[in-house]
Design a binder for this molecule. Structure first.
Ligand code: CA
Length: 200
């Protein structure tokens, strides 16, 4: 696997965190909040909205800004294989964030977000985080059009749902029946719908 959790101190400059021992690469006490963002299937950690996220978020002095790049695993033409890889990567992310919490970051000060299959990946991460921290919940989870195929049919523990974090604000811009690819159900605490003239 080739995925990496990249800690940005400024746009264009990052260190790859060792998820088994991130404290070797970052002093968590320097900032009080963490944001973790990731891309979806057939996309990468340098996709446009993630670059914008880095630019804006690194201006916030209280935030550690982490981008998960899993382009290698997300580039499989086999969607199911990418979805399975997402679970493994999520487990690594949960270890990483539990280290942050052991070093003083409050779980409620963590905000995670992911697009499409990356949205489901972050849901796995959030659930795994609860398992490895004895039930602590991440503060906020913003799934961006979290992937629907396969997951629409899954129970809550195998997909995004409102128990993944204290507050789950699901952004829908591409929901509905195929060819729409985002979960249609309102599974978060809040579902935010983009206005569209498209009939669904
Ligand atoms: Ca869930």
């Amino acid at each position: 696997m080739t995925f990496s959790f990249r800690l940005y101190s400024e746009a264009g400059s990052f260190v790859k965190l060792d998820y088994f021992n991130p404290s070797a690469d970052v002093d968590w006490s320097l900032r009080s909040h963490i944001i973790v963002a990731t891309h979806g299937w057939h996309d990468s950690g340098t996709t446009g909205w993630l670059r914008d996220t880095v630019t804006k978020a690194t201006e916030l002095v209280d935030y550690h800004v982490i981008i998960l790049d899993w382009e290698g695993e997300a580039s499989s033409i086999n969607y199911v294989e990418s979805a399975q890889n997402a679970r493994v990567i999520a487990a690594a992310g949960a270890i990483l964030l539990s280290d942050a919490v052991q070093n003083g970051i409050k779980p409620e000060n963590i905000h995670i977000t992911g697009h499409s299959l990356g949205g489901q990946l972050m849901g796995f991460l959030a659930q795994r985080f609860q398992a490895v921290t004895g039930g602590k919940r991440i503060g906020r989870f913003t799934p961006l059009d979290a992937a629907g195929p396969i997951f629409d049919e899954c129970p809550a523990e195998a997909r995004v749902d409102e128990t993944d974090a204290n507050y789950v604000d699901f952004i829908h811009t591409d929901s509905g029946r195929l060819p729409a690819l985002s979960m249609a159900a309102n599974v978060g605490d809040a579902g935010i719908l983009k206005k569209s003239k498209k009939k669904v």
